[in-house]
Write a protein that binds this ligand. Structure first.
Ligand code: 6GU
Length: 249
């Protein structure tokens, strides 16, 4: 799977992704990362990519031209690579990272993990000229209700969430790994050695070797934890009658 990122800060993206599990996925060739510096597509003698907003107001707006030309360079690259393999050429998904977007969640990560190429567009300043967004963007995505200085961290968040769903990226079976969010419950607590840490003991059931009991306990812990910190998620979870009774007891 190929990630393409249109940004004014390519090094930030490269450093963030070429680390840990996504870094290993890059080395193994399971994913690729193509960063495009929007500034390289400025036609201004000072390499400027922003200008004052029409109508006035605070801050600067990223101009349409450099963003459009940067996008075209990615489309050309994808097209050439598809044609070399005699494969059909489709317009790629283009994700614009913005607090004005819909909130990112696991279902979108799963959808994007099926794509061959995904393009991320990172804005800065007060945003990007609306006209180029209308022309190229397929998805407007936010990572939550707070404001960041730019779209680079959100793009890295999305790349991480999508990359771990690509077969082979995780050591364990990826499909099992995201089940917890599919069933709208938070993960149960985990423990490792030592058995006693500062007088706090690992729950007995986990040392029992009784797998059915362990599964039941973990499921109950997931339900309790979700009820406590994410009641909104719990509403979407499907519980058995017995689990409902357990929760109400
Ligand atoms: Cl995608 N961009 C910015 N600038 N801030 C955000 C965001 C995105 N998601 C949450 N806050």
């Amino acid at each position: 799977m190929n990630f393409h990122v249109l940004t004014l800060f390519p090094d930030m993206i490269k450093q963030g992704i070429d680390t840990s599990i996504t870094g290993r996925a890059l080395s193994k060739g399971l994913i690729s990362l193509n960063t495009i510096d929007i500034r390289d597509f400025s036609e201004n003698k000072h390499n400027r990519v922003d200008d004052y907003p029409y109508g006035g107001g605070a801050g600067m707006v990223m101009a349409a031209g450099p963003v459009y030309r940067a996008y075209q360079s990615v489309v050309s690259k994808i097209t050439e690579e598809k044609q070399a393999k005699n494969r059909a050429v489709n317009a790629p998904r283009v994700i614009y990272l913005t607090p004005q977007g819909g909130v990112f969640s696991q279902p979108l990560a799963e959808e994007l993990a099926k794509e061959e190429d995904v393009v991320f567009l990172c804005g800065h300043y007060e945003g990007i000229d609306e006209r180029v967004l209308e022309m190229i963007v397929t998805d407007y995505v936010s990572i939550g209700d707070y404001v960041l200085t730019g779209g680079e961290l959100p793009a890295m968040v999305m790349i991480d969430a999508v990359a771990r769903l690509v077969p082979g990226v995780l050591n364990n079976n990826a499909s099992a790994e995201f089940e917890s969010f599919q069933d709208n419950l938070l993960e149960y607590p985990q423990y490792t050695r030592p058995e006693v840490f500062m007088e706090k003991k690992v729950p007995d059931v986990l040392l029992s070797g009784h797998h059915a009991k362990i599964d039941k306990w973990r499921r109950e812990q997931s339900i309790l934890r979700t009820a406590k910190v994410r009641p909104d998620l719990l509403k979407k979870a499907v519980l058995t009658k017995k689990e409902q009774e357990f929760l109400n007891s």
